[in-house]
Design a binder for this molecule. Structure first.
Ligand code: GDP
Ligand code: MG
Length: 296
C-alpha cells in the first residue's frame, strides 16, 4: 500500500472584530499565542501559529478583525488582512450567531468570488440556542453557498474536532514550510510586547490601549533568568502620566501582571523593567509605524 503523502498549507482565520478568532487559534494550537480581550481590535498584526504532526503541518494565521480604516494604523492593520488572500489554502471565516455580513463589504465580495475553500464557523453557540443557530446557518447558506458551515464554541472547545477533520481533508499535499519544531514565525520579543499590551488593554480605559505601542529594547536570556527592558510608547504627553499613575503604581501593576504571565510563557524567571516614552501621534507618523513593524 502506498504511504499517504505529507500535507501542508496555510489556514487563514478571518472575520469581524471580537468574534473569537484569536480564541480559536489558541485553542487549536493549545498555546496562548494571540492575546484575547473583550475589546475590539486587540489583534493588530498577523500572527502565524504552526501545528506540526507526523502527517501534516498546518500554518494558521490570526488576523486583525476586518474594519473600515479610520486612521493610518488601521489601514496598515488591514494590509495584514488582505495578504490573507495571497497565501491561503483555506479560509476559516468566523461569525457569531445572529451576526450579518462582514463590516467591509469589498472584502466580503472578494470572499464570495474566491476559489479558495471556506469553512464558515458560526461561533459562540454556547450563548445561543438551536433555533438561532439554525436561522444563522440558513442565512449563511444563502450568502456564501459554497462554504461549509460549522457551528462551534471556540471558548468551550465544541466543534474543534470537526474543523480539524475538514482542514486535513482540504489541505494540499506538500513539504512543510517551517522546521517541524517551529511554533510561530514571531520572535520571542513579539510575545513579550503582546503580553504587556494585553495588560494595558485590561487595566486602562478609553483611548489609552489604542494609543500605545510596545518596543522591547532588551531581551537577554541567561541560564535561569530573562532580563527584559520594554518601552511603552504613547501618542501624547498626557497619556504618559495616566500610564505611570500616582507614585508609579499603575505602571508597577502592569509590570507585575506581565511578569507573571511571561514566567509561565517562557518557563523561566523574568526580570522586567518598563519605561514610558512619548512618540507624538505615532499612529499617523509613517516613520514611527515602520519602526514599530507595520507596513505602510
Ligand atoms: P477576535 O477579535 O475575533 O480575535 O476575538 P477574541 O478571540 O479576542 O474574543 C473576543 C471575545 O469573545 C473574548 O472575550 C472571548 O472570550 C469571547 N469568545 C470567544 N469565543 C467564544 C465562544 O465560543 N463563546 C463565548 N461565549 N465567548 C467567546
Ligand atoms: Mg484577535
Amino acid at each position: 500500500m502506498k504511504e499517504k503523502e505529507f500535507k501542508s498549507g496555510f489556514v487563514n482565520i478571518i472575520g469581524n472584530p471580537n468574534v473569537g478568532k484569536s480564541t480559536l487559534m489558541n485553542k487549536l494550537l493549545g498555546e496562548r499565542l494571540s492575546i484575547i480581550t473583550s475589546k475590539a481590535q486587540t489583534t493588530r498584526h498577523r500572527i502565524l501559529g504552526i501545528l506540526n504532526s507526523e502527517k501534516s503541518q498546518i500554518v494558521f494565521s490570526d488576523t486583525p478583525g476586518i474594519i473600515e480604516p479610520n486612521y493610518h494604523l488601521q489601514s496598515s492593520m488591514m494590509k495584514f488582512v488582505h495578504t490573507a488572500f495571497k497565501d491561503a489554502d483555506l479560509f476559516l471565516y468566523m461569525v457569531e450567531v445572529g451576526e450579518k455580513k462582514l463590516k467591509d463589504i469589498g472584502f466580503f465580495e472578494r470572499l464570495q468570488k474566491t476559489k479558495i475553500p471556506i469553512l464558515l464557523l458560526i461561533n459562540k453557540i454556547d450563548k445561543s440556542n438551536q433555533e438561532k443557530v439554525e436561522q444563522s446557518t440558513k442565512y449563511w447558506h444563502k450568502e456564501l453557498p459554497k462554504a461549509n458551515i460549522i457551528p462551534i464554541s471556540a471558548l468551550e472547545g465544541f466543534g474543534l474536532d470537526i474543523i480539524m477533520n475538514e482542514i486535513h481533508n482540504i489541505l494540499p499535499q506538500g513539504e512543510p514550510y517551517f522546521p517541524d519544531d517551529a511554533l510561530t514565525d514571531r520572535p520571542e520579543r513579539f510575545f513579550v510586547s503582546e503580553i504587556i499590551r494585553e495588560k494595558i488593554l485590561l487595566n486602562y480605559d478609553k483611548e489609552i490601549p489604542y494609543s500605545v505601542e510596545i518596543v522591547i529594547e532588551k531581551f537577554k536570556e541567561e541560564q535561569h533568568i530573562i532580563n527584559i527592558d520594554a518601552v511603552i510608547n504613547v501618542a501624547r504627553e498626557s497619556q504618559k502620566g495616566i500610564i505611570i499613575g500616582h507614585q508609579g503604581k499603575a505602571l508597577k501593576k502592569i509590570g507585575t501582571q506581565a511578569r507573571k504571565d511571561l514566567e509561565i510563557f517562557f518557563k523561566k524567571k523574568i526580570f522586567i523593567q518598563l519605561f514610558v516614552k512619548v512618540a507624538k501621534n505615532w499612529r499617523d507618523n509613517e516613520q514611527d509605524l515602520k519602526r514599530f513593524g507595520y507596513f505602510i
